[in-house]
Design a protein around this ligand. Structure first.
Ligand code: 2AM
Ligand code: CA
Length: 267
């Protein structure tokens, strides 16, 4: 494969995400035609998730024909290759189904297990967050960085509520309890990709969730890091892409949040 120019690729992927976002938003006009299916208990997919994924796969194949795919709805089948796209065509499907205007498209480009480009496009506010290996992070072409807050009391956190694996609810609720008492507050937006993008641009000081899949976090994790933040699993290690648990922070509050997570989850 020819050397890949990541900056140009990021621009092209942002354009594709914006076009696909426009398609998704237009489908909300008639909520009766979403054709909702339950993939598993509490796990929904609509015709729109699948059609958006098809559009993204066609567009990404045009950009770089030889790459593999790991995409949530698996419309084009998973293809494992050295260069891979990891795609969530609609992150926040539950919001989408209920007409809550917060959902996104998440597209990451990886070489083996390394994420080298990430785009998270929040459809409703038309906010496109992106970064590539070695770059700063951007929101609609403006450079973004993590916040500088360093104490819990002034920190705003995001999380996602568990929707399976309820065995870990005990420690989860203890972390929740601690942050309720000792932080500025907790938000549950319903799109992990947006939660991560909001850590990257300084709206949130930290985010943690378990039960996440690679397509929820791949793009956002790179954007947080390129914005100056820290991303890890619940033990402080690097297994957050496939490990189904992730912490992302602005760096300054990282040790505080990890202490609370460690105390409750890793005993
Ligand atoms: P999804 O909309 O692409 O499924 C929020 O907690 C995160 O978990 C989102 O990134 C969401 O991605 C994912 N998720 C998957 N299934 C979910 C469910 N049943 N309820 C809530 N979030 C779910
Ligand atoms: Ca999805």
């Amino acid at each position: 494969m020819n050397p890949i120019k990541l900056e140009k690729l990021a621009q092209d992927v942002c354009s594709l995400a914006k076009e696909t976002g426009f398609f998704i938003k237009n489908q909300l006009i008639d909520p009766n035609r979403l054709d909702i299916e339950e993939k598993g208990r509490h796990d929904f997919v609509t015709r729109v998730d699948k059609q958006a994924e098809e559009r993204l796969i066609i567009g990404l194949r045009e950009l770089l024909p030889e790459c593999g795919f790991l995409a949530e709805e698996n419309v084009g089948n998973t293809e494992l290759k050295e260069f891979m796209w990891i795609v969530d065509p609609l992150d926040g499907t539950t919001n989408f189904i209920h007409g809550v205007p917060l959902f996104s498209i998440s597209i990451a480009f990886c070489r083996d297990t390394e994420i080298i480009l990430g785009v998270v496009h929040e459809v409703n506010l038309d906010e496109c967050f992106y970064a590539w290996k070695g770059s700063p992070a951007f929101l609609n072409e403006r450079q973004i960085t993590i916040s500088t807050i360093s104490d819990l009391d002034h920190s705003l956190f995001a999380t996602g509520f568990p929707y399976y694996d309820y065995d870990r609810m005990g420690p989860y609720m203890k972390v929740f309890d601690h942050l309720m008492r000792h932080s500025s507050g907790l938000r549950r937006l319903g799109s992990a990709a947006v939660d991560l993008a909001y850590v990257a641009c300084g709206r949130f000081e930290g985010f943690y969730e378990y039960g996440l899949r690679p397509w929820d976090v791949a793009a956002g994790a790179l954007i947080v890091k390129q914005a100056g933040g820290v991303v890890c699993d619940f033990k402080g290690g690097n297994n957050y892409l496939y490990g189904r648990e992730l912490v992302a922070t602005n760096k300054n509050i990282h040790a505080h949040l990890m202490k609370i997570i460690n105390t409750n989850f890793n005993r």
